[in-house]
Design a protein around this ligand. Sequence first.
Ligand code: HEM
Length: 413
Amino acid sequence: MFFPFNLYQFFNDPKDYLLQLQIKHGDPFPLAFPGATTIWLTGKPELAKAIFTAPIDSFKASEKNPVGALLGPEGLIMQSGKDHLKSRKEFTPYFSKSNLSPMSESIIDAFNELINPLEVAGKLDLQKISLDLSLKIILKFLFPHLNSEELKRAELETQKFLASYSASLLFIPQWVPGTWNIFNKNKGDLDELFYNHFLVGTKEAIHNPLSALVDKSKDYVLDQMRTMIVAGHETSATSLCWSLHYIYKDQYLLNRLREELQECSINNILQNPFLEAVVNESMRIHPPVPFITRKIINRPFFLGDKKFQIDDEIGVCLSLLHRESLVWENAQAFIPERFLTKKYSPFEFAPFGGGARRCIGAEFSHLELKVLIAQFIKTFNGELKDINDPRSRVMQITIGPKSAVDLFYKKIN
Ligand code: HEM
């Protein structure tokens, strides 16, 4: 069977395109990439549960991950089986609450470094500032020993590397000169700088996941390092931008959060249920990663009564899961209170995926988002240039706002 994949429609409005596919084909439905595998996606909680709770040997990672070129085959996202399990075991302790708690201070430092130089009033591009903040923060997490000059260099080299990649490269064969050459050159420059200069010293920086890698091969170290940077950067930035969009578009929400977080210590900020609900509701409506995939191995797999064979690819469409009408009343509306009155299962609400591959950085990003939102509302009064919800677009690895999210701000003394 052939299902034409309309690239233009996908890139133009991915969330709507996925919804149209589900309406047209039912659930699960096929998402077919030209010249590549068809992925069968579901937006139904009971089928998401089947995928997230399947025995660990049911699946491997998809080799055709659209960001595979950025990550490398030995990074956590691309690993499978025993290798994946081993790496997960090594990294997990670094992402525990207690290990992460010193990060709050680095996050506030990053905020101050970028925000203090701003004028007392003006226009702030929330997408750009979110990307700048999250890059600084993930690099501070991975390389806590760098001084500010080194950190600046690390930021610039990473931005150059990321800017030379776009999803459209996937449709250009590697042998075509031009864009791939630029990407490979920038990747080489990044690897060289980080491996020969910045990774030295990570062993002493004990709170950092890269210190688990000191005796590993060069390719392994670099693939894991790029994986953490790529997975932890745009995802957090997109979530932050969407949350700020909802907060500044609604003065009631802004004031309520201000009241809730008044004179709150970091611990109270992290545990505040309303702030948590705002972050969750924003990720429900706009999960930065629109779908997760798995490749079937060892034995056929059923999604409902549909049987899939070995080597087929299946997955969960998070943006559809999060608007399933049987679970979410008034699913299009931003209603953080729903998270205060009901507990949703990990098969109904899954912005970080699920099962053995659930995002290892989920705790990290909650910490980052909450601390940054608290800083924003403490520092800025403001109004959005446009309060309408922007449509979505494919960014580098996430789905983000299609148009600029500009805040006309005034700093609070
Ligand atoms: C709001 C921010 C974030 C979102 C929405 C997000 C979302 C996701 C999703 C959906 C997956 C795939 C899970 C699956 O296949 O079931 C994933 C995997 C992953 N994420 Fe995140 N992520 C975020 C932040 C981070 C951060 C900050 C880091 C690192 C510091 C990180 C590192 C990873 C890694 C390494 C994986 C691969 C896990 C594995 O395959 O075992 N992520 N993330």
